[in-house]
Design a protein around this ligand. Sequence first.
Ligand SMILES: CC(C)(COP(=O)(O)OP(=O)(O)OC[C@H]1O[C@@H](n2cnc3c(N)ncnc32)[C@H](O)[C@@H]1OP(=O)(O)O)[C@@H](O)C(=O)NCCC(=O)NCCS
Length: 192
Amino acid sequence: MVKAKKTIKKECEGLEMLTGEKVRLREYRREDIQLAQAYINDYEVKRLLNPGIPYPYTYEDEMKWFESNSASKDNYSFAIETLEESKYIGGCGVNKIDWKNSVAMVGIFIGDKNYWGKGYGTDAMKVLVSFIFDQLNIHKVKLQVFSFNQRAIRSYEKCGFKTEGTLRKEIFKDGKYHDEVIMGILREDMRG
Ligand SMILES: CC(C)(COP(=O)(O)OP(=O)(O)OC[C@H]1O[C@@H](n2cnc3c(N)ncnc32)[C@H](O)[C@@H]1OP(=O)(O)O)[C@@H](O)C(=O)NCCC(=O)NCCS
């Protein structure tokens, strides 16, 4: 556990590679926990995220995630912080890595809604994808997004992701079924 924590810390210390035009990605800190809990408990945010997250989301849930997260070796979690105010506004990271096929699964959320639609999430995702290609030597990055989340889909397209498939009526939410879209970006899509 200590080793994994140190590894992430160390990577975060070489900060240029984790800095974009509007945000930097940094390690999660204990002082983020309260705000993270509030962000995830906001139903407007929660309805856009992976259904596996408990709701209502307690301080203990967040604490448990914080502790276990540092322990996992195939999991990189970053807090997203604005460059102008050093404000913690959300998180992103690698949820799963298939090392054999060199594919990483990612996720992102901006929890402070004042920062939606202003380019912060797109900038964070670009930094994350560059980190994965340049530092982890992965050749493909993948994600899943609900079909009704057009802001996210547009944001991913701006990063260079392409739609690769649709899981029909995969998600039950707000009284009906919705499709889930799979998007991916290859190293050569980004680097040419
Ligand atoms: C998804 C998310 C990371 C995107 O980051 P962002 O900083 O808000 O995105 P941006 O401002 O860079 O881009 C959003 C784009 O979507 C467009 N958009 C916004 N609402 C839209 C809608 N309802 N339909 C279509 N496009 C929309 C914007 O116009 C913008 O495109 P443009 O730059 O071409 O004008 C962020 O909004 C977020 O975290 N949302 C809540 C949680 C979430 O949805 N997470 C993703 C789960 S898969």
